[in-house]
Design a protein around this ligand. Structure first.
Ligand code: GLN
Length: 448
């Protein structure tokens, strides 16, 4: 813990943490040390973890990197925090992120942008940017983030880490500050597949507080983690490879991975996914609609920021929300409200729901024939700080490869590709069938 705390201090300018639980982490470590000596320590004994600042931890602030929650202290712990602590993980602090997890560069934060440790002039990705950097810069052993449309996988790609989003319904969302509930998921950013497996094993499984979870009890992911021996069938999306704007290095790495897999005896074939152009619009219509509804609770009355200028109920709502939310969050609340409005509901929301079903069915169809779908995680490596601010649509489009798994609820992992000296890191993504995490993790081990 002392080593990580020193690393956090010397890299404070990266802005990865919103708060470090220094004394508490040291106390926790001392206590766990005693348990280790007594032989009663849990499965995560000594694993030093950071949590994204949209994950509730009783008695600690949880801000979602928003001014509106700047003074909010969690009154209960999320299920995942309870499970991590029960297995003796040390929680070292809460990490910076895009406000309410809306973004892909960690620049939409009330607490300022995060810098990428590999090159401080570029973004770490988002929205779990602080989480990715916390692992990348050696400030903790592993990070817990959330992934609604790629927020664990894409920053992992930009920072050269492993980003793993399990199946929707595998890990409880109880105590996670909601963005778009039918997409939101907890995921991990780690340096090894072993850690991703162990963290899923500890955090996953049924929870009475989240009715969307599968009731099957969780597998022993870490003990059953074995490199895949048998040949697998892997699909890659023809449209993804041909997409204009796909970075040349990433394309080359993808083609190389395809050749390596073939050489290792796997079947790798191109498939058509004619909906690729629709995944981003479908994702944004649905998530903005859900966000506008979820964020209605920040009214300046129940909890969170209340404008000191408010004089009556209406001005409390208006001023607190106007002053409390950042620009991107406001954009999404307004668009989401429009999408759900009486005159436009069918044209946008209903249509996007239909599109979501088609995307899911087509993805299922591909995965009925193939074990995995291989894509780049993002079309480019990390971009310069300041780019997103100019054109949000450019940043929305960068989610093109991650949102397919989010729309269809499939597990997906971003694995760092081998890059040349001096190149920025980037990842390749594997998507598997729902609840096939064991297969996905096993294959990831041989893929790396
Ligand atoms: N970039 C996507 C968005 O802004 C993904 C965010 C996320 O997964 N939380 O919605």
């Amino acid at each position: 813990v002392r080593n990580y705390l020193a690393q956090i201090k010397s890299n404070a300018h990266l802005n990865a943490f919103n708060e470090v639980f220094e004394d508490e982490a040291l106390n926790q470590a001392a206590e766990i040390d005693g348990k280790i000596k007594a032989g009663t320590a849990g499965r995560l004994a000594g694993m030093v973890i950071s949590i994204k600042d949209n994950i509730c931890y009783k008695g600690h602030k949880a801000t979602a990197s928003s001014k509106i929650l700047d003074n909010y202290t969690a009154i209960y712990s999320s299920t995942i925090v309870e499970r991590l602590l029960a297995e003796d993980a040390v929680i070292i602090g809460r990490c910076n992120c895009d406000e309410f997890a809306m973004g892909a560069s960690n620049e939409n934060s009330y607490y300022g942008p995060v810098k990428n440790y590999a090159d401080e002039s570029v973004v770490p990705g988002g929205s779990s940017g602080g989480s990715a950097v916390s692992v990348q810069a050696g400030m903790c052993h592993a990070a817990i983030g959330t992934d609604t449309g790629g927020s664990v996988r894409q920053p992992a790609s930009f920072c050269g880490m492993i980003g793993f989003k399990p199946t929707y319904g595998r890990i409880s969302r109880h105590g996670i500050i909601a963005y778009a509930s039918s997409f939101d998921q907890v995921g991990s950013i780690t340096q090894s597949v072993e850690d991703a497996a162990l963290l899923l094993e500890v955090m996953g499984g049924p929870d009475a507080y989240d009715s969307t979870l599968i009731q099957k009890s969780i597998l022993q992911y870490s003990t059953e983690l074995n490199q895949t021996e048998s040949p697998k069938k892997i699909a890659y999306l023809r449209e993804a490879l041909e997409r204009p704007g796909l970075d040349e290095h990433i394309k080359t790495a993808l083609l190389k991975a395809i050749n390596n897999l073939k050489a290792a005896g796997h079947t790798v074939e191109p498939v058509s996914f004619e909906y690729l152009d629709y995944v981003v619009p479908t994702y944004y219509i649905l998530t903005m609609a859900e966000a506008s509804s979820n964020l209605a609770r920040y009214d300046g009355v129940h909890y969170g920021y209340r404008s000191p200028k408010a004089v009556d109920l209406m001005s409390t709502y208006k001023l607190s929300r106007s002053e409390g939310f950042g620009k991107e969050v406001k954009r999404r609340i307004m668009l989401g409200t429009f999408i759900l409005s009486a005159g436009y509901y069918d044209a946008y929301y209903t249509k996007a729901q239909r599109m979501r079903r088609l995307i899911r069915e087509k993805t299922e169809e591909i995965l009925a024939t193939y074990d995995f779908i291989l894509t780049p995680t993002a079309p480019t490596p990390a971009f310069k700080l300041g780019v997103e601010e100019k054109d949000p649509v450019v940043s929305y489009l960068a989610d093109i490869f991650t949102v397919q798994a989010s729309l269809s609820g499939m597990p997906a992992i971003s694995l760092p590709a081998k890059t040349n000296e001096g190149e920025l890191p980037f990842g390749l993504q594997l998507v598997a069938k729902r609840f096939d995490e064991q297969e996905l993790l096993n294959f990831s081990k041989s893929f790396l």
